[in-house]
Design a protein around this ligand. Structure first.
Ligand SMILES: Cc1cc2nc3c(=O)[nH]c(=O)nc-3n(C[C@H](O)[C@H](O)[C@H](O)COP(=O)(O)OP(=O)(O)OC[C@H]3O[C@@H](n4cnc5c(N)ncnc54)[C@H](O)[C@@H]3O)c2cc1C
Length: 395
């Protein structure tokens, strides 16, 4: 469709709300199937502000179809070190997992370029204020106009989730310092400072890093200010954002509205990482919306939800259990788990056998029954049913 036609157009096959990873990928799939699609993005620029740290696997980039160039990749991670509240450490070799740090703004811009080349019309600075289903269409009201579409993709991120209990407030700082290990991510657990979560340090280079924290009922900026003061460093950027940790919503489809990415709860309940799982959500929604529109069979879109749950349902179920356990642990319990894990020989196995994108299933398989029972008893998961469900999910 010509640019002039897009300017005048007010009736679309699909309107996508949100121009980040999941919305861009959904829209790209719809355009490639030959249908008209517009993205309405409230920010003034795709990828800005950067609210995410961009830790992903190489498999994520390959699946999403972004070339692994220096423009997009800021760093390659080979190791991870976990700190317990009292300073015990667990070090993992992550070289097999091919973990990357993305320039997330650039990554989104690359996706926008690909989507635009496929025929997606992107309008930035356009906040959607309302969407109403009527007569088999959806009326979408935005800052600049009112339009209609056969389908709407809700890719508006976690703030569009109806259940705000699924969201944690997060903060991310960019820091210049001299204590970063260029190829090592650092994770600090402390239930007094960041209950149910952790502080992360993701190096961009040997003298700069992205440092973040999440949690509710705590002052994220204060926690990070204190953490950085204890280590030294200069904060050059502070960003507040949210992560979603409550798992997938019950229905990705509501009438003619299809939710994807964080808006569908498609981020890992343990870390809030959602570039891969939410991106795949966008790709699947795009594929099945394209098929639905081509065939005129609106039930075809239901396959999107089935396909996503087939890929991630079990893993996310397990991660939710892990989150519930983590929320209940106190600092002593965490120290005991660190001691139990480091005194066994499983660390080498975890390093060599785990999968960045499906880490919990791989982790449980590696831990084995004896270690799971030991950790579960430290964590107070003594109810047989909880343990059974963990083991069932790990099969
Ligand atoms: C501090 C932090 C660090 C993170 N680090 C990682 C990481 O290392 N690895 C990882 O995999 N994940 C990480 N995540 C999670 C990751 O950022 C998200 O899972 C991912 O960006 C979700 O993509 P999305 O497209 O679903 O939604 P979002 O990226 O949230 O995008 C939603 C878009 O919708 C727009 N929008 C919202 N409302 C409207 C409206 N009404 N009208 C128009 N536009 C609207 C927003 O402006 C935004 O651009 C992190 C998140 C945070 C907060």
């Amino acid at each position: 469709m010509s640019k002039e036609a897009n300017i005048l157009k007010s009736d679309w096959d699909v309107i996508t709300i949100g121009g980040s990873v999941s919305g861009l990928l959904a829209a790209k799939g719809i355009a490639e199937a030959g249908f008209t699609v517009q993205i309405l993005e409230e920010d003034l620029e795709i990828g800005i502000p950067e609210r995410c740290d961009g830790l992903v696997s190489m498999k994520c980039l390959e699946t999403i179809g972004i070339a692994p160039t220096n423009r997009v990749i800021q760093n390659i991670i080979k190791r991870a070190i976990l700190y317990s509240p009292s300073g015990l450490t667990i070090e993992l070799d992550a070289s097999r997992q091919r973990v990357l740090v993305l320039n997330r703004s650039q990554f989104d811009r690359e996706l926008a370029k690909i989507a635009s080349r496929s025929g997606v019309d992107i309008k930035v600075g356009n906040r959607v204020t309302n969407k109403i289903e009527k007569d088999g269409k959806v009326r979408v009201e935005s800052k600049s106009n009112i339009q209609t579409a056969k389908w709407v993709v809700n890719a508006a991120g976690c703030l569009s989730l109806p259940d705000k209990n699924k969201i944690l407030q997060a903060a991310k700082f960019e820091v210049i310092g001299n204590w970063f290990d260029r190829d090592r991510v650092e994770i600090y657990f402390n239930q007094m400072k960041s209950p149910g979560y952790f502080i992360w340090v993701i190096p961009i280079s040997s003298d700069s890093a992205k440092i973040g924290v999440a949690g509710n009922g705590v002052n994220q900026f204060k926690i990070l200010d204190e953490f950085i003061a204890s280590k030294e460093g200069t904060v050059v950027k502070k960003t507040a954002a949210q992560i979603v940790v409550g798992g997938p919503i019950d229905n990705f489809l509501s009438g003619r509205i299809v939710s994807v990415g964080d808006a569908a709860g498609q981020a890992k309940p343990t870390t809030g990482g959602g570039i891969y799982s939410g991106g795949v959500g966008g790709m699947l929604a795009g594929k099945y919306l394209g098929e639905s529109l081509s065939s005129g069979d609106s039930f075809r879109i239901k396959e999107y939800e089935r396909a996503w749950r087939n890929l991630f349902g079990k893993e996310f179920g397990l991660l939710l259990q892990v989150r519930r356990i983590l929320e209940r642990l106190d600092n002593d319990n965490i120290d005991k788990i660190f001691t139990a894990v480091s005194s066994s020989n499983i660390l080498t196995k975890i390093s060599s056998e785990s999968d960045f994108d499906y880490h919990s299933i791989a982790l449980l398989k590696t831990l084995g029954l004896k270690n799971i029972i030991q950790i579960a008893s430290i964590a107070g998961v003594d109810k047989l049913e909880s343990l059974r469900s963990l083991l069932r999910l790990s099969k």
